[in-house]
Design a protein around this ligand. Structure first.
Ligand code: EPU
Length: 419
């Protein structure tokens, strides 16, 4: 699939961001922790959610889409003692691996293949394995499949080597039903991890330290069904804010939690961006030329790696040389060569550092979307560029941004999807 974009148009109006992909995926996986119905609101209509719902159906749950953004996960249709998870589905998105924790909390053996997902560098699973092994899980790899088994999970203190988002979530879901107290040290504290914790609390889990790097979980006998509103997507919010800044458009980005965006917003303000921050929205004001930026991606509350490429595109429109320091992943600069082909003065120094000097004009080109988030950055570059840009492999962008073509068209962008 490709997107065809003619740049140079100012955007106008308001865009509602919707629920967070990286919150709803673990929350849907967590519904496996109960046999009762869970009703989830503010579910984004994106490919990764479709795949997670397919996975839950495959595992034996009833899935009902109640309306646009509400999903009910009903009781189990069947309970099989050994779960072998559909390898094709697991390979199709990274968050599929989040079913491991909740399934191990309820069954003694599962088989699952290595998960797929965006190609953004080395993505180890050692923290997942380390935490689960500490809890008494045996992990065997053969024929490309992992077999996880245990004779009852044990509550332990687990120190993660990296504050991994999905490792924290998997261990959390594994331990909420485990008798005793489990402590996760150097846990991830991202808003989506917090949202999973709040969902688990609503199901009856007992968790202390939410939003900090130490989570203490006291196991409970069982969890019950509940209702939950997924948090607004912080990455979506930043994506549209930076799109507005790059295209010098006075748009309003609505339905958001600005308190989840403190460090990125301060960074943009320091570079000269101007916006009004309300409780649940941000309206961009006209800014002069932005100044160069020194960007370093960090775990929350730092600048998320998922918006690094957007800062890269913004840097092409800022005065001076910006340093983009990607500290989390070693394969997130594939977009730089595409930007350079569009006219950007951008060089990759090493797998973690790039320098971008601006301001430069960008010109329409045939480019490809390297992954979901860099794909969004390519859309922003195309919206700034003079002339027509064709973005190939655009299907990856629809994994995480709901009806992106329709919603950007509504803001006045000249964009169309072609199969
Ligand atoms: N890491 C380890 N060992 C592990 C796991 C991770 O060393 O076992 C390291 C990684 O190498 C990396 C760092 O920890 O340097 C962070 O990786 P993390 O595990 O947190 O990434 P993830 O859980 O696979 C989630 C998001 C990503 C986001 C990262 C970082 C979901 C479903 N995915 O991935 O989102 O980039 O956290 O914030 O929550 C996206 O939405 O497009 C996306 C890629």
């Amino acid at each position: 699939m490709k997107f065809v974009i003619t740049g140079g148009k100012k955007l106008r109006g308001s865009i509602d961001v919707g629920g967070a992909k990286n919150a709803v995926l673990p929350i849907l996986a967590a519904t496996l922790l109960t046999d009762e119905a869970c009703v989830i609101h503010n579910v984004p209509l994106i490919r990764d959610v479709d795949r997670m719902l397919e996975l839950l159906t495959n595992i034996g749950r009833t899935v009902i889409r109640n309306g646009d953004h509400t999903v009910t996960i009903g009781p189990a249709r069947r309970q099989s003692p050994i779960h072998t998870i559909d390898p094709k589905l697991v390979k199709s998105f990274r968050a599929s691996f989040l079913v491991v924790g909740p399934l191990l909390a309820r069954t003694r053996k599962i088989r699952i293949t290595e998960p797929g997902g965006c190609s953004i560098g080395n993505r180890p699973l050692d923290d997942h394995f380390h935490g689960l092994r500490r809890m008494g899980v045996t992990i065997v790899r053969s024929d490309g499949m992992y077999t996880f088994s245990h004779r009852g999970l044990e509550a332990k203190t687990i120190t993660l080597v990296a504050p991994s988002v999905t490792a924290t979530e998997n261990i959390l879901m594994a331990c909420v039903l485990t008798r005793g107290t489990t402590t996760i040290k150097d846990a991830a504290a991202e808003p989506h991890v917090q949202d999973l914790c709040f969902f688990l609390e609503r199901m009856g889990a007992r968790i202390k330290g939410i939003g900090t790097s130490t989570l203490t979980v006291t196991g409970v006998g069982n969890l019950h069904g509940t209702m939950h509103d997924v948090i607004p997507d912080p990455i979506g919010a930043l994506s549209y804010i930076m799109m507005g800044l790059a295209t010098k458009s006075r748009i309003t980005v609505a339905g958001i939690r600005p308190d989840h965006l403190d460090v990125p917003l301060e960074t943009l303000l320091a570079a000269g961006a101007r916006f009004d921050i309300a409780r649940h929205s941000i309206t961009l004001k006209s800014s002069g030329l932005l100044k160069e930026m020194k960007i370093q991606t960090r775990p929350y509350p730092g600048i998320p790696t998922d918006v690094q490429a957007l800062f890269g595109v913004l840097a092409t429109q800022a005065q001076g040389t910006s340093l983009i320091h990607e500290t989390i992943f070693d394969g997130r600069f594939a977009y730089i060569s595409e930007l350079a082909r569009m006219g950007a003065n951008a060089v990759v120094c090493d797998p973690h550092r790039a320098l971008i000097t601006g301001p430069t004009s960008l010109y329409g080109q045939e480019i490809r979307s390297p992954d979901l988030r860099a794909g969004m950055a390519m859309i922003v570059a195309a919206l700034i560029a003079q002339g027509q840009t064709i973005i190939y492999d655009a299907q990856s962008i629809e994994r995480g941004y709901e009806r992106i073509v329709e919603r950007l068209s509504a803001l006045g962008a000249d964009i169309r999807r072609e199969e």
